[in-house]
Write a protein that binds this ligand. Sequence first.
Ligand SMILES: *Cc1c(COP(=O)(O)O)cnc(C)c1O
Length: 410
Amino acid sequence: MNKHDDDLSTRLIHHPYKPPAGFEAVAPGVHKASTVMFPDVEALRTYDWKDKSGYTYGLHGTPTTFTLEERIATLEGGEHCMLAPSGLSVISLVDMALLRQGDEVLLPDNAYGPGKVFAEVELAAWGITHRFYNAMDPDDLARRIGPATRLVWLEAAGSITLEYPDIPALVERVRQANAQRSGDRPVVTALDNTWGAGIAFNAFDQGVDVSVQALTKYPSGGADVLMGSVVTRDLALHRKILLTRMRLGLGVGANDAELVLRGLPSVALRYHAQDATTRALATWAQQQPGVARVLHPALPSSPGHDTWKRDATAAACLFSVVFDPAIAQARIDAFCNGLRLFRLGWSWAGPTSLCAPYHLASIRTQGWQDAGGLVRFAVGLEAVDDLRADLAQAWTALHCKPDPFPSPQT
Ligand SMILES: *Cc1c(COP(=O)(O)O)cnc(C)c1O
């Protein structure tokens, strides 16, 4: 852990909250409500939930959700935070708050898949267009920013293929476009910060306007709760998204908020423990037969490694193995089925290690059309030697001699 993380853990653990008189427990209370009762009509008319100075209705916030919002803002180095029921819901919330008919949104080609599908299906149906850009080429982004562009999504590292983009350079291209534009609706940058979790780097210091996170992953850490957050430093931007959240009727339950509050004191410890195990396994995997390449930003051969080294101090619990194209998918499936500790399942950053096979050609518009099968590993909290032994015993299912049947590429 570096100094920043020591400070972060301390600040999260000693984060103030308002306990009932005479009962200052370590954990903040769990307050549940739809109805909140007002002392008089004057209070009913004037209490304001938007700045957290008053409680008005359960959907608008409770002491429990307000406390969690303040702590997530602290975690990410932002000023304002709002919660919503999942990571995907905060992506769609930001889209809906900032885009209108006739607008265009730009997304990295390696963005979280369901966020791409939201643009392709729902936003398209509302007359909002989208384009995908190459996150590893800031000039490609600059070329695609047009007069209708209002929102640019960023993601570091990219989903599945884990390319690490140059966020400051991408943000700078958006700034340049805004400087040339007159009018009152500048292009906003929004980062999916689930991978960095507020620990690997500070998104706001790198210039992004909005940071969303699937709290489902690291902040929860338990693989047992779904939640998302939207953090900003800009109050006007926060208010705009907050009012859309209100009109959509999105809120989170106190028991779910409690689970995330319980995860936060250990989030930095877990992040670094899983980081260390993941790097050890990714490095080991590079030397195994049948591997075309291993994707993990800390590996020098991984795309964006130098940028990661410059801009981040840690890496998440994910690595992907791209197999030799000669290895048939059925063998890769057999390898996944043969794993005992790595379980098959979506999501990551929980206690259990997970894996999932992906077909790159069908989830990318460019760059990976001839690649072999890919398996994305999400490393949990098990012992590194046990996980390595598990990978090694399943590797035999790959029979890493050339496939007797010619693959389409050969
Ligand atoms: C998991 C994930 C999401 C979505 O989170 P859910 O809570 O599962 O909806 C969004 N972005 C990234 C990068 C994720 O890994």
